[in-house]
Ligand binder design. Structure first.
Ligand SMILES: NC(=O)c1ccc[n+]([C@@H]2O[C@H](COP(=O)([O-])OP(=O)(O)OC[C@H]3O[C@@H](n4cnc5c(N)ncnc54)[C@H](O)[C@@H]3O)[C@@H](O)[C@H]2O)c1
Ligand SMILES: O=c1ccn([C@@H]2O[C@H](COP(=O)(O)OP(=O)(O)O[C@H]3O[C@H](CO)[C@@H](O)[C@H](O)[C@H]3O)[C@@H](O)[C@H]2O)c(=O)[nH]1
Length: 340
Protein backbone atom coordinates (compact mmCIF):
# COMPACT_ATOMS: atom_id res chain seq x y z
CA UNK A 1 0.00 0.00 0.00
CA UNK A 2 0.93 3.64 -0.35
CA UNK A 3 -0.10 5.31 2.92
CA UNK A 4 -0.45 9.05 3.46
CA UNK A 5 0.30 10.03 7.07
CA UNK A 6 -0.70 13.61 7.89
CA UNK A 7 0.98 15.00 11.00
CA UNK A 8 3.70 12.34 10.80
CA UNK A 9 6.36 14.78 12.08
CA UNK A 10 4.46 15.04 15.37
CA UNK A 11 4.52 12.97 18.55
CA UNK A 12 1.99 10.23 17.87
CA UNK A 13 2.25 10.21 14.06
CA UNK A 14 6.01 9.63 14.16
CA UNK A 15 5.55 6.56 16.36
CA UNK A 16 3.12 5.02 13.86
CA UNK A 17 5.46 5.81 10.96
CA UNK A 18 8.35 4.14 12.81
CA UNK A 19 6.28 0.98 13.40
CA UNK A 20 5.17 0.89 9.76
CA UNK A 21 8.74 1.37 8.49
CA UNK A 22 10.04 -1.41 10.72
CA UNK A 23 7.24 -3.92 10.23
CA UNK A 24 5.78 -3.51 6.74
CA UNK A 25 6.74 -2.81 3.16
CA UNK A 26 4.18 -0.06 2.69
CA UNK A 27 5.37 3.07 0.96
CA UNK A 28 4.83 6.02 3.31
CA UNK A 29 4.30 9.70 2.53
CA UNK A 30 4.26 12.15 5.45
CA UNK A 31 2.49 15.46 4.93
CA UNK A 32 3.13 17.99 7.70
CA UNK A 33 3.49 21.78 7.94
CA UNK A 34 5.92 21.43 10.91
CA UNK A 35 3.84 23.85 12.98
CA UNK A 36 4.24 21.59 16.02
CA UNK A 37 6.15 18.75 14.34
CA UNK A 38 9.91 18.62 13.88
CA UNK A 39 12.30 18.32 10.94
CA UNK A 40 14.62 16.34 13.26
CA UNK A 41 11.87 13.70 13.60
CA UNK A 42 11.60 13.47 9.81
CA UNK A 43 15.40 13.10 9.63
CA UNK A 44 15.35 10.20 12.14
CA UNK A 45 12.46 8.51 10.31
CA UNK A 46 14.36 8.89 7.02
CA UNK A 47 17.30 7.00 8.54
CA UNK A 48 14.95 4.27 9.83
CA UNK A 49 13.36 4.00 6.36
CA UNK A 50 16.81 3.49 4.79
CA UNK A 51 17.75 0.86 7.38
CA UNK A 52 14.59 -1.04 6.50
CA UNK A 53 14.73 -0.47 2.75
CA UNK A 54 11.33 1.19 2.69
CA UNK A 55 10.31 4.31 0.76
CA UNK A 56 9.50 7.36 2.87
CA UNK A 57 8.59 10.72 1.30
CA UNK A 58 8.11 13.96 3.18
CA UNK A 59 5.99 16.88 1.93
CA UNK A 60 6.09 20.10 3.92
CA UNK A 61 2.57 21.30 3.17
CA UNK A 62 -0.40 22.77 4.98
CA UNK A 63 -3.73 20.96 4.84
CA UNK A 64 -5.51 24.30 4.49
CA UNK A 65 -4.01 24.74 1.02
CA UNK A 66 -6.92 22.94 -0.64
CA UNK A 67 -5.72 23.21 -4.24
CA UNK A 68 -2.28 21.86 -3.29
CA UNK A 69 -3.87 18.99 -1.35
CA UNK A 70 -6.13 18.20 -4.31
CA UNK A 71 -3.10 18.03 -6.61
CA UNK A 72 -1.12 15.85 -4.20
CA UNK A 73 -4.03 13.45 -3.83
CA UNK A 74 -4.53 13.35 -7.58
CA UNK A 75 -0.86 12.77 -8.39
CA UNK A 76 -0.35 10.00 -5.81
CA UNK A 77 -2.24 6.75 -5.67
CA UNK A 78 -2.79 6.58 -1.92
CA UNK A 79 -4.50 3.43 -0.71
CA UNK A 80 -5.00 4.65 2.86
CA UNK A 81 -4.75 7.81 4.92
CA UNK A 82 -3.83 8.00 8.61
CA UNK A 83 -4.82 11.49 9.65
CA UNK A 84 -3.08 12.93 12.74
CA UNK A 85 -2.57 16.57 11.73
CA UNK A 86 -4.58 18.80 14.04
CA UNK A 87 -4.45 21.53 16.66
CA UNK A 88 -4.83 20.07 20.14
CA UNK A 89 -4.41 22.55 22.97
CA UNK A 90 -7.73 22.52 24.83
CA UNK A 91 -7.59 26.02 26.48
CA UNK A 92 -6.47 27.55 23.16
CA UNK A 93 -9.52 25.98 21.52
CA UNK A 94 -11.76 27.87 23.96
CA UNK A 95 -10.04 31.19 23.18
CA UNK A 96 -9.74 30.62 19.43
CA UNK A 97 -12.47 28.14 18.41
CA UNK A 98 -12.32 28.99 14.71
CA UNK A 99 -8.69 27.84 14.51
CA UNK A 100 -9.95 24.44 15.72
CA UNK A 101 -13.01 24.21 13.50
CA UNK A 102 -10.88 25.21 10.49
CA UNK A 103 -7.76 23.14 11.13
CA UNK A 104 -9.50 20.12 12.62
CA UNK A 105 -12.92 19.98 10.98
CA UNK A 106 -12.74 21.94 7.69
CA UNK A 107 -9.30 20.61 6.70
CA UNK A 108 -10.40 17.08 7.60
CA UNK A 109 -13.57 17.44 5.51
CA UNK A 110 -11.47 18.58 2.55
CA UNK A 111 -9.07 15.67 3.00
CA UNK A 112 -12.01 13.25 3.08
CA UNK A 113 -13.43 14.86 -0.07
CA UNK A 114 -10.08 14.42 -1.85
CA UNK A 115 -9.94 10.82 -0.60
CA UNK A 116 -13.33 9.97 -2.12
CA UNK A 117 -12.40 11.68 -5.40
CA UNK A 118 -9.17 9.72 -5.72
CA UNK A 119 -10.19 6.22 -4.72
CA UNK A 120 -8.66 6.14 -1.23
CA UNK A 121 -10.42 3.25 0.45
CA UNK A 122 -9.31 3.47 4.08
CA UNK A 123 -9.14 6.42 6.45
CA UNK A 124 -7.87 6.14 10.04
CA UNK A 125 -8.78 9.16 12.13
CA UNK A 126 -7.26 10.46 15.39
CA UNK A 127 -10.21 11.16 17.62
CA UNK A 128 -10.17 11.72 21.34
CA UNK A 129 -11.73 10.97 24.70
CA UNK A 130 -12.55 14.70 24.72
CA UNK A 131 -15.57 13.79 22.54
CA UNK A 132 -17.22 12.40 25.71
CA UNK A 133 -16.95 15.74 27.52
CA UNK A 134 -17.68 15.62 31.22
CA UNK A 135 -19.45 12.26 31.57
CA UNK A 136 -22.55 12.19 33.76
CA UNK A 137 -21.99 9.65 36.53
CA UNK A 138 -25.73 9.04 36.78
CA UNK A 139 -25.81 7.90 33.14
CA UNK A 140 -22.47 6.12 32.59
CA UNK A 141 -20.31 3.87 34.76
CA UNK A 142 -17.16 5.91 35.34
CA UNK A 143 -15.36 3.11 37.20
CA UNK A 144 -15.70 0.46 34.49
CA UNK A 145 -15.09 3.00 31.73
CA UNK A 146 -16.78 4.80 28.89
CA UNK A 147 -18.21 2.77 26.02
CA UNK A 148 -18.26 4.03 22.43
CA UNK A 149 -22.07 4.00 22.64
CA UNK A 150 -22.11 6.32 25.69
CA UNK A 151 -23.27 9.89 25.12
CA UNK A 152 -20.81 12.27 23.47
CA UNK A 153 -21.08 15.88 24.59
CA UNK A 154 -17.78 17.76 24.23
CA UNK A 155 -17.21 20.65 26.63
CA UNK A 156 -14.69 22.51 24.48
CA UNK A 157 -14.22 23.35 20.78
CA UNK A 158 -11.30 20.89 20.50
CA UNK A 159 -13.52 17.93 21.42
CA UNK A 160 -16.36 19.24 19.27
CA UNK A 161 -14.09 19.78 16.25
CA UNK A 162 -13.12 16.10 16.47
CA UNK A 163 -16.69 14.86 17.02
CA UNK A 164 -17.80 16.85 13.98
CA UNK A 165 -15.06 15.18 11.92
CA UNK A 166 -16.29 11.78 13.13
CA UNK A 167 -19.73 12.74 11.82
CA UNK A 168 -18.33 13.83 8.45
CA UNK A 169 -16.63 10.43 8.22
CA UNK A 170 -19.80 8.56 9.15
CA UNK A 171 -21.96 10.37 6.59
CA UNK A 172 -19.30 9.99 3.89
CA UNK A 173 -18.90 6.26 4.50
CA UNK A 174 -22.69 5.90 4.30
CA UNK A 175 -22.78 7.71 0.96
CA UNK A 176 -19.68 6.11 -0.65
CA UNK A 177 -19.53 2.30 -0.65
CA UNK A 178 -15.78 2.23 -1.36
CA UNK A 179 -14.80 4.49 1.50
CA UNK A 180 -14.26 3.06 4.99
CA UNK A 181 -12.96 4.64 8.17
CA UNK A 182 -11.92 3.82 11.72
CA UNK A 183 -12.11 6.67 14.23
CA UNK A 184 -9.85 5.94 17.21
CA UNK A 185 -10.73 7.79 20.40
CA UNK A 186 -7.41 8.03 22.20
CA UNK A 187 -7.38 8.35 25.97
CA UNK A 188 -4.29 9.94 27.61
CA UNK A 189 -1.31 9.22 25.42
CA UNK A 190 2.15 9.15 27.04
CA UNK A 191 5.52 7.43 26.88
CA UNK A 192 8.06 7.20 24.09
CA UNK A 193 9.61 4.73 21.71
CA UNK A 194 11.51 2.24 23.93
CA UNK A 195 14.44 2.36 21.45
CA UNK A 196 14.81 6.03 22.35
CA UNK A 197 14.92 7.24 18.74
CA UNK A 198 11.75 9.35 18.77
CA UNK A 199 9.57 10.86 21.47
CA UNK A 200 7.45 13.80 22.48
CA UNK A 201 9.30 17.07 21.87
CA UNK A 202 6.19 19.31 22.05
CA UNK A 203 7.04 22.81 23.27
CA UNK A 204 5.31 24.27 26.37
CA UNK A 205 3.86 20.88 27.23
CA UNK A 206 0.88 20.78 29.59
CA UNK A 207 0.35 17.01 29.72
CA UNK A 208 0.84 15.54 33.19
CA UNK A 209 3.43 12.81 32.48
CA UNK A 210 5.62 15.04 30.32
CA UNK A 211 5.43 17.86 32.89
CA UNK A 212 6.40 15.41 35.66
CA UNK A 213 9.38 14.17 33.60
CA UNK A 214 10.51 17.74 32.93
CA UNK A 215 10.30 18.49 36.67
CA UNK A 216 12.18 15.31 37.60
CA UNK A 217 15.17 16.31 35.49
CA UNK A 218 15.13 19.94 36.60
CA UNK A 219 13.69 21.61 33.48
CA UNK A 220 11.01 22.95 35.83
CA UNK A 221 11.54 24.00 39.45
CA UNK A 222 8.27 22.42 40.57
CA UNK A 223 4.95 21.20 39.29
CA UNK A 224 1.35 21.54 40.37
CA UNK A 225 -1.51 19.18 41.09
CA UNK A 226 -4.64 20.83 39.71
CA UNK A 227 -7.15 20.06 42.47
CA UNK A 228 -7.11 17.52 45.28
CA UNK A 229 -10.80 17.72 46.11
CA UNK A 230 -12.23 15.52 43.33
CA UNK A 231 -14.53 12.62 44.27
CA UNK A 232 -11.74 10.05 43.74
CA UNK A 233 -9.82 7.80 46.19
CA UNK A 234 -7.08 10.40 46.81
CA UNK A 235 -8.89 13.54 45.65
CA UNK A 236 -6.92 13.96 42.40
CA UNK A 237 -8.12 13.42 38.82
CA UNK A 238 -8.02 9.94 37.29
CA UNK A 239 -7.05 9.22 33.68
CA UNK A 240 -6.42 6.19 31.49
CA UNK A 241 -2.77 6.62 30.39
CA UNK A 242 -1.85 4.60 27.30
CA UNK A 243 1.67 4.03 25.99
CA UNK A 244 2.16 5.62 22.56
CA UNK A 245 3.56 2.40 21.04
CA UNK A 246 0.42 0.43 21.98
CA UNK A 247 -1.63 3.26 20.48
CA UNK A 248 0.51 3.11 17.34
CA UNK A 249 -0.12 -0.63 17.05
CA UNK A 250 -3.89 0.00 17.20
CA UNK A 251 -3.61 2.00 13.96
CA UNK A 252 -1.90 -0.90 12.23
CA UNK A 253 -4.62 -3.27 13.44
CA UNK A 254 -7.27 -0.79 12.26
CA UNK A 255 -5.82 -0.78 8.73
CA UNK A 256 -6.10 -4.58 8.62
CA UNK A 257 -9.53 -4.56 10.25
CA UNK A 258 -10.96 -2.38 7.47
CA UNK A 259 -9.97 -5.01 4.87
CA UNK A 260 -13.06 -7.05 5.74
CA UNK A 261 -15.07 -5.03 8.26
CA UNK A 262 -17.23 -1.94 8.18
CA UNK A 263 -16.37 1.50 9.42
CA UNK A 264 -16.53 2.06 13.17
CA UNK A 265 -15.44 4.06 16.21
CA UNK A 266 -13.10 2.58 18.84
CA UNK A 267 -11.81 3.66 22.22
CA UNK A 268 -8.08 3.16 22.61
CA UNK A 269 -7.08 2.95 26.25
CA UNK A 270 -6.30 0.32 28.89
CA UNK A 271 -9.65 0.35 30.77
CA UNK A 272 -7.98 1.39 34.00
CA UNK A 273 -6.99 4.67 35.56
CA UNK A 274 -4.35 6.30 37.72
CA UNK A 275 -4.70 9.43 39.82
CA UNK A 276 -2.46 12.48 39.42
CA UNK A 277 -0.81 11.61 42.75
CA UNK A 278 -0.13 8.03 41.63
CA UNK A 279 1.46 9.28 38.40
CA UNK A 280 3.70 11.73 40.27
CA UNK A 281 4.72 9.06 42.81
CA UNK A 282 5.63 6.73 39.95
CA UNK A 283 7.70 9.42 38.21
CA UNK A 284 9.50 10.08 41.51
CA UNK A 285 10.17 6.36 41.88
CA UNK A 286 11.53 5.74 38.37
CA UNK A 287 13.63 8.93 38.39
CA UNK A 288 14.82 8.58 41.99
CA UNK A 289 14.16 12.33 42.44
CA UNK A 290 11.80 13.70 45.08
CA UNK A 291 10.84 16.85 43.12
CA UNK A 292 8.64 19.65 44.46
CA UNK A 293 4.88 19.38 43.94
CA UNK A 294 2.31 21.97 45.03
CA UNK A 295 -1.47 21.79 45.12
CA UNK A 296 -3.36 24.39 43.06
CA UNK A 297 -7.04 24.96 42.37
CA UNK A 298 -8.78 22.76 39.78
CA UNK A 299 -8.07 23.49 36.12
CA UNK A 300 -11.21 24.62 34.26
CA UNK A 301 -12.94 21.89 32.30
CA UNK A 302 -11.12 18.91 33.83
CA UNK A 303 -13.46 15.96 34.49
CA UNK A 304 -12.77 13.93 37.67
CA UNK A 305 -12.46 10.52 35.96
CA UNK A 306 -11.93 9.48 32.33
CA UNK A 307 -11.38 5.76 31.76
CA UNK A 308 -12.02 3.79 28.59
CA UNK A 309 -13.93 0.58 28.20
CA UNK A 310 -11.67 -1.08 25.60
CA UNK A 311 -13.77 -4.24 25.15
CA UNK A 312 -14.70 -3.33 21.58
CA UNK A 313 -11.19 -2.88 20.16
CA UNK A 314 -9.89 -5.92 22.03
CA UNK A 315 -12.72 -8.15 20.86
CA UNK A 316 -12.99 -7.02 17.25
CA UNK A 317 -9.39 -6.24 16.27
CA UNK A 318 -6.43 -8.33 17.40
CA UNK A 319 -5.06 -5.52 19.55
CA UNK A 320 -2.83 -6.82 22.36
CA UNK A 321 -1.32 -4.04 24.48
CA UNK A 322 2.31 -4.64 25.51
CA UNK A 323 3.15 -1.61 27.62
CA UNK A 324 0.26 -1.40 30.11
CA UNK A 325 2.63 -0.49 32.93
CA UNK A 326 2.74 3.01 34.44
CA UNK A 327 6.42 2.61 35.36
CA UNK A 328 7.33 1.83 31.74
CA UNK A 329 5.25 4.78 30.54
CA UNK A 330 6.99 7.14 32.99
CA UNK A 331 10.43 5.68 32.36
CA UNK A 332 10.29 5.97 28.55
CA UNK A 333 8.99 9.55 28.88
CA UNK A 334 11.84 10.37 31.25
CA UNK A 335 14.52 8.78 29.04
CA UNK A 336 13.38 10.85 26.05
CA UNK A 337 13.21 14.03 28.15
CA UNK A 338 16.86 13.52 29.16
CA UNK A 339 17.84 13.38 25.47
CA UNK A 340 16.19 16.60 24.25
N1 LIG B 1 -1.47 13.77 22.56
C1 LIG B 1 -2.61 13.31 23.07
O1 LIG B 1 -2.71 13.01 24.27
C2 LIG B 1 -3.82 13.10 22.19
C3 LIG B 1 -4.98 12.59 22.76
C4 LIG B 1 -6.10 12.39 21.93
C5 LIG B 1 -6.03 12.67 20.57
N2 LIG B 1 -4.88 13.17 20.03
C6 LIG B 1 -4.85 13.45 18.59
O2 LIG B 1 -3.70 12.81 18.02
C7 LIG B 1 -3.24 13.55 16.90
C8 LIG B 1 -1.73 13.76 17.00
O3 LIG B 1 -1.44 14.44 18.20
P1 LIG B 1 0.07 14.66 18.73
O4 LIG B 1 0.03 14.58 20.20
O5 LIG B 1 0.98 13.79 17.97
O6 LIG B 1 0.30 16.19 18.34
P2 LIG B 1 1.50 16.90 17.56
O7 LIG B 1 1.24 18.37 17.66
O8 LIG B 1 2.82 16.39 18.03
O9 LIG B 1 1.26 16.41 16.06
C9 LIG B 1 0.40 17.06 15.15
C10 LIG B 1 1.15 17.21 13.83
O10 LIG B 1 0.26 17.77 12.85
C11 LIG B 1 0.94 18.80 12.14
N3 LIG B 1 -0.09 19.74 11.66
C12 LIG B 1 -0.98 20.44 12.40
N4 LIG B 1 -1.78 21.17 11.59
C13 LIG B 1 -1.41 20.91 10.30
C14 LIG B 1 -1.85 21.34 9.02
N5 LIG B 1 -2.84 22.24 8.90
N6 LIG B 1 -1.24 20.87 7.93
C15 LIG B 1 -0.22 19.97 8.03
N7 LIG B 1 0.25 19.52 9.21
C16 LIG B 1 -0.34 19.99 10.34
C17 LIG B 1 1.92 19.39 13.16
O11 LIG B 1 3.01 20.07 12.60
C18 LIG B 1 2.35 18.15 13.94
O12 LIG B 1 3.49 17.54 13.36
C19 LIG B 1 -4.07 14.84 16.87
O13 LIG B 1 -5.08 14.71 15.89
C20 LIG B 1 -4.67 14.91 18.26
O14 LIG B 1 -5.89 15.61 18.27
C21 LIG B 1 -3.76 13.40 20.81
O1 LIG C 1 0.70 19.90 35.44
C1 LIG C 1 -0.31 19.20 35.51
C2 LIG C 1 -0.94 18.66 34.35
C3 LIG C 1 -2.10 17.91 34.50
N1 LIG C 1 -2.64 17.69 35.73
C4 LIG C 1 -3.84 16.82 35.87
O2 LIG C 1 -3.52 15.59 35.25
C5 LIG C 1 -4.68 15.01 34.63
C6 LIG C 1 -4.36 14.78 33.15
O3 LIG C 1 -4.17 16.03 32.49
P1 LIG C 1 -3.46 16.16 31.06
O4 LIG C 1 -2.23 15.33 31.03
O5 LIG C 1 -3.31 17.63 30.77
O6 LIG C 1 -4.50 15.48 30.06
P2 LIG C 1 -6.05 15.75 29.85
O7 LIG C 1 -6.46 17.09 30.27
O8 LIG C 1 -6.79 14.59 30.45
O9 LIG C 1 -6.22 15.74 28.25
C7 LIG C 1 -5.42 14.96 27.38
O10 LIG C 1 -6.04 13.74 27.11
C8 LIG C 1 -7.26 13.82 26.39
C9 LIG C 1 -7.81 12.43 26.24
O11 LIG C 1 -8.30 11.98 27.47
C10 LIG C 1 -6.99 14.45 25.05
O12 LIG C 1 -8.17 14.53 24.32
C11 LIG C 1 -6.39 15.83 25.24
O13 LIG C 1 -6.04 16.34 23.97
C12 LIG C 1 -5.16 15.74 26.08
O14 LIG C 1 -4.74 17.06 26.40
C13 LIG C 1 -5.81 16.01 34.85
O15 LIG C 1 -6.52 15.58 36.00
C14 LIG C 1 -5.10 17.33 35.16
O16 LIG C 1 -5.83 18.19 36.00
C15 LIG C 1 -2.03 18.21 36.88
O17 LIG C 1 -2.53 18.02 37.98
N2 LIG C 1 -0.90 18.95 36.73
Amino acid sequence: MHILVTGGAGYIGSHIVKLLLENSNHKITILDNLVTGFQATIDTLTVIAKENNVTLNFMEEDLSDFSKIENIMHENQFDAIIHFAASLVVPESVENPLKYYLNNTANTANLIKCATENGVKKFIFSSTAATYGEPDATVVNLETGLKESDPTDPINPYGMSKLMSERVLKDTAFAYDDFKYAALRYFNVAGSDPDGRIGQSTKNATLLIKVAAETAIGKREKMYIFGDDYPTHDGTGIRDYIHVVDLAQAHIEALEYLEDHDSDVFNVGYSRGFSVKEVIDTMKKVSGIDFTVEIKERRAGDPAILISDNTKIKNTMHWQPRYDDLEVICKTTLEWEKKI
